[in-house]
Design a protein around this ligand. Structure first.
Ligand SMILES: Cc1cc2nc3c(=O)[nH]c(=O)nc-3n(C[C@H](O)[C@H](O)[C@H](O)COP(=O)(O)O)c2cc1C
Ligand code: SF4
Length: 416
């Protein structure tokens, strides 16, 4: 059963509005937040987002207002804004559904965001496999231009903005913001050394803010109903709602919007219909393929963004596993993903994922030695501690969790 009292921001009008029609969006107060924003100074809008405490929904949970401020304060002839819709993580499909169900919400959030930081050019960086989302987003932009919501004078104001959909290069690392910018410039999609940060020196070296599309979809709500109202939703340091993609051994896998601070137990039992009949719950992996494990003892831990959380939320993927799970197969499938997606820039990740996959395949085939275990541990350490970007940490984490919870007999036996 779905939780009755849950508050919806992102999915509020899904199914009620026609994603192909600006008029349909307008009938649900669409573009009213933009109208309100344009009546105020851009600095006022920036302060409102800072006050709201909104955190990015793309993974790291960085404070959105703080990021915008860094770009807004830069004195530059040009600034860019990019909505990140790369979404290439297994089991995560929230951004695609957002674009397919309410594309104008993304466009409205992006226009307000660009106004707040002073950007006059913006892009929606899209996963190239998302064909339906592309069609709907391009239609939304076309309608917005026709109605003078985009272009030389946004809604009759002095603000000018061009937005276009940019089809990405089609890899997981393209979603990392500096790799994304590289790929837009026609370079290899590899992360850049920081500082300088993308918001200071990004696309063509101009200040560029990159935000996840779910982050941007929160902006109209904050502007329309006020930061104070938003701050009171969800958890204290982590306000608002979050889209969760719940998969695995549950009765109703799918996408659910819940207030931040929700627990894994609530998500499984109140939203996703509980553990599948006939299955025994073992644990849930929180935050996607590189996520942490929530066994029964952590099921009541609130899911929030921020440093002090035991379960990093990432982009909101939750995989529920039962006691029959084949850990060896699962670890091979994780590592196959990371080995294929590694951009190859740094040795620990390029070589480490390749070698870890070979070892895990031997484990799966029952040909696993004590030396393999020692090597695997060294590789996991190197991936976590010495990789150039966060991808290496993600690649290591699942295997580390399996070792930590002693879920594979071969690991235990060879440790003694
Ligand atoms: C390997 C890797 C892949 C990422 N993929 C995505 C992605 O697909 N979408 C996304 O919004 N952020 C992704 N991120 C996070 C972005 O670098 C960036 O932090 C985010 O887009 C910022 O938006 P936010 O502040 O609204 O979360 C990825 C990060 C890493 C390290
Ligand atoms: S950790 Fe992996 S994805 Fe990141 S830079 Fe190194 S090779 Fe590329």
């Amino acid at each position: 059963m779905k939780k009755q009292k849950s508050i919806k921001i992102i999915t509020k009008y899904w199914g009620e509005i026609d994603p192909n029609s600006l008029e349909s969006y307008r009938r649900k107060s669409g573009y009213e937040a933009l109208r309100k924003a344009l009546r105020q100074d851009s600095e006022v809008i920036l302060q409102e987002i800072i006050k709201s405490g909104l955190r990015g929904r793309g993974g790291a949970g960085f404070l959105t207002g703080a990021k915008w401020q860094l770009a807004a304060e830069k004195n530059s002839s040009k600034k860019y804004f990019i909505a990140n819709l790369n979404e290439s993580e297994p089991g995560v499909f929230k951004d695609r559904l957002l674009a397919e169900n309410n594309p104008h919400q993304i466009v409205e959030g992006l226009i307000i965001a660009a106004y707040a930081v002073g950007a006059t050019r913006a892009f929606i960086y899209l996963n190239p496999c998302y064909k339906k989302a592309k069609m709907l987003l391009e239609n939304a932009l076309r309608e917005a231009y026709e109605k003078k919501i985009l272009g030389k004078s946004v809604m009759g104001s002095f603000f000018e903005l061009e937005i276009e959909v940019f089809e990405g290069a089609g890899s997981y690392v393209c979603g990392e913001e500096s790799a994304l910018v590289n790929s837009m410039e026609g370079r290899r999609a590899e992360p850049r050394k920081r500082p300088p940060f993308v918001c200071e020196q990004g696309l063509e070296n101009f200040p560029t803010v990159v935000n996840n599309v779910e982050t941007l979809a929160n902006i109209p709500e904050i502007i329309l109903n006020g930061a104070d109202n938003y701050r009171h939703l969800g958890a204290i340091d982590s306000p608002g709602t979050k889209l969760f993609c719940i998969d695995g051994s549950v009765e109703s896998p799918g996408l659910y919007e819940a207030l931040l601070g929700v627990t894994t137990r609530e998500l499984i039992y109140d939203y996703a219909g509980g553990v599948q009949r006939g299955k025994d719950f073992l644990l849930a992996q929180i935050g996607g393929v590189g996520g942490f494990f929530a066994p029964t003892g952590l099921l009541d831990e609130p899911l929030v963004y921020g440093r002090n959380t035991k379960l990093a939320l990432g982009s909101g993927g939750i995989l529920v596993l039962d006691k029959m799970v084949d850990w060896k197969k699962l670890m091979v499938s994780w590592m196959r993903f990371f080995q294929r997606e590694s951009c190859g820039k740094c040795v620990p990740c390029r070589e480490g994922t390749f070698r870890a996959l070979a070892i895990l395949r031997r484990l799966e085939q029952g040909d696993f030695s004590e030396d393999d275990l020692k090597d695997l541990k060294k590789i996991i350490w190197a991936l976590e501690k010495t990789s150039f970007c966060a991808f290496g940490r993600f690649a290591a984490n699942g295997i580390k969790e399996v070792m930590r919870y002693e879920l594979v007999q071969d690991f235990k036996e060879r440790l003694i």
